[in-house]
Design a protein around this ligand. Structure first.
Ligand code: FAD
Length: 335
């Protein structure tokens, strides 16, 4: 088995570490900045999905700017002998996987949560059903990011309610067996890329956000969370929250960080009024910089912070907003 991790400008897609762990630690990191991305993948924070003792073998394939067709053509000969090729379910992974499967003449099993030679467990019906598909011969699979370290439940956010038999099961709802592969397509060009837009921090997938300002129950109510959103916008950061906050309806559930929420991997994580419960901290990854603002100096969140500020969270945010506004005014006057 081998994982194929498509990268852009040296950046790993979400779910890269999980795909490599699922493939037993063997991966081809392919794309622009492959060496840089492979080095990041070799770091402990990317390898937290795999058993500690597992050794990883990462090969690199340096390619130009992302093009699904040209990437598939370059990668297919390298992975053609593998029984299973696993790609992360990132946008580029999902773009590349069907093309790779077609070039290799093998089936594609999309949205898997578990992959083995000969079979995979895939999610269907919007997460309501788990289906085990048996495959004779090699195949390509895309792996959903589980958002969980190894050993935890193998689904992200919601647990599908029903497990069914194999792909050859009968009955009205039985899934179809993996289809026979279509012949490899004739050479077609890459789509023309008109531009690549940076994601909006306010709406981007929290799992990919490089900077997160997170609020907890100690921050306050709707007004304070609106303030948090304004400051985050000014800093180009995304808003995260604890479960206490999302359960109270102050922030949407897709912004909840933790064991029953999203697992994130930011460079900067700022916690306003967050106690630092294990279920929350378990989802914040291993940020390079952690700042905590809390009135209680002995809160667990303060213990793991690089900078622990003993202060009122909302007051600190208000001061920060004023500071940012005055700096923006000064910069506008200077122009
Ligand atoms: C099965 C299970 C799964 C869970 N999953 C998650 C999860 O995915 N994510 C998650 O976050 N939680 C999860 N939880 C809940 C978790 O255990 C905690 O209850 C939750 O994280 C606490 O949120 P909090 O830090 O916002 O609130 P609290 O624990 O109430 O902490 C509030 C903090 O704010 C501080 N504070 C108070 N006033 C101020 C002020 N004026 N200024 C600054 N600081 C102030 C307090 O000192 C305190 O440290 C889960 C729990 C269970 C049982």
């Amino acid at each position: 088995m081998i994982a194929v991790v498509p990268v852009r400008a040296g950046f790993l897609p979400a779910g890269a570490g999980e795909a490599v762990a699922e493939a037993g630690g063997v991966a081809l990191v392919a794309g622009e900045g492959a060496a840089e991305a492979a080095a990041e993948l070799a770091e402990p924070r990317a390898r937290r999905w795999a058993p500690a003792a597992a050794s990883w073998r990462l090969d690199e394939l340096e390619l130009g700017p992302f093009g699904p067709t040209s990437y598939a053509r370059a990668i297919a000969p390298v992975v053609g002998a593998e029984a299973v090729v696993i790609l992360p379910s990132s946008p580029d992974g999902r773009d590349l996987a069907p093309r790779l499967a077609a070039l290799l003449g093998v089936p594609l099993l999309a949205a898997a949560i578990e992959v083995h030679p000969g079979w995979a467990r895939v999610v269907r019906r919007g997460g309501a059903q788990l289906v085990e598909l048996q495959v004779t011969g090699p195949f390509v699979a895309t792996l959903l990011a589980r958002g969980r370290p190894v050993g935890r439940p193998r689904t992200r956010q919601s647990t599908p309610s029903l497990a069914t038999g194999s792909g050859s099961a009968s009955g009205p709802d039985a899934p179809a067996p993996a289809p026979a592969p279509a012949p490899a397509p004739a050479a077609d060009p890459d789509p023309e890329i008109l531009g690549v837009l940076a994601p909006e921090p306010a709406s981007m997938d929290l799992a990919d956000a490089p900077r997160i300002l997170a609020g907890g129950a100690g921050l306050g109510g709707p007004e304070e969370f609106a303030l948090l959103a304004r400051v985050a916008e000014r800093l180009g950061a995304s808003v995260g929250a604890t479960r206490a906050v999302t359960d109270a309806g102050l922030v949407d559930h897709d912004r909840q960080i933790g064991t029953t929420g999203v697992s994130v991997r930011p460079e900067l994580y700022v916690a306003f009024g967050i106690s630092g419960a294990a279920q929350h901290v378990g989802g914040i990854g291993d940020p390079a910089h952690v700042i905590a603002v809390n009135t209680d100096p002995s809160a667990p969140m303060m213990a793991i912070a690089d900078l622990a500020v003993v202060a009122d969270a909302a007051g600190t945010l208000r001061a920060l907003e004023r500071l940012l506004a005055s700096r923006a005014e000064a910069a506008a006057r200077a122009d």
